[in-house]
Design a protein around this ligand. Sequence first.
Ligand code: G6P
Ligand code: MG
Length: 216
Amino acid sequence: MKIKACLFDLDGVLVDTAKYHYLAWKRLANDLGFDFTEQDNERLKGVSRMRSLDILLEIGGKSLTDAEKLDVATKKNVWYVDFIEKMPKDEILPGAKEFLEELRQAGVKIALGSASKNAMRILERLEITGYFDAIIDGTKVEKAKPDPEVFLKGAESLGLSAEECVVFEDAEAGVEAAIAGGMKVVGVGDPEILSKADMNINSLAEMSVKRLEYFN
Ligand code: G6P
Ligand code: MG
């Protein structure tokens, strides 16, 4: 098989944290005096914390100083971390653990490619850190998705080329990042939003090592 590794986004692919990011951003928007819808939230998926804040402020028509921005981003993160610390272990998304296990059995390498600075905390909470041969998170990258840096670094840490990797993503920016990096990409979630992906699935429960042969 040509594919030697699967590179996973975290939020919205392996674990249902996208809803907690949304709730924390919504709370901040409401505090600042404007509303923030789930549709608006699509623009924040896969996007770094500070860039997300800029988009949020643009939606609300607000401008803040750099010091204020840092302050409110920290506040949002405290609320978010509060949610994930209470998150039950079974919030790992359907099929995720089974697919990780199957990949490991089949000798397919596994990497994380997430913009989140909270990634390690979440993997630990779900007790799945041990599955990963490489972990590239928001503390290790400079350029946010749709820049391919996070996935290219993942492939590099595994000692593989882009063509040997498949990326799993729930965000449009993430799908674009994978394509920009020259990788195949599976869109997990709404096929209309993720129309640029090479394959679309609703959840990892639909995935198997056998299905990776599609990319041969
Ligand atoms: C992921 C999520 C984004 C989030 C980003 C940064 O990519 O999809 O919604 O803004 O990570 O997460 P952090 O945990 O560092 O704030
Ligand atoms: Mg995501």
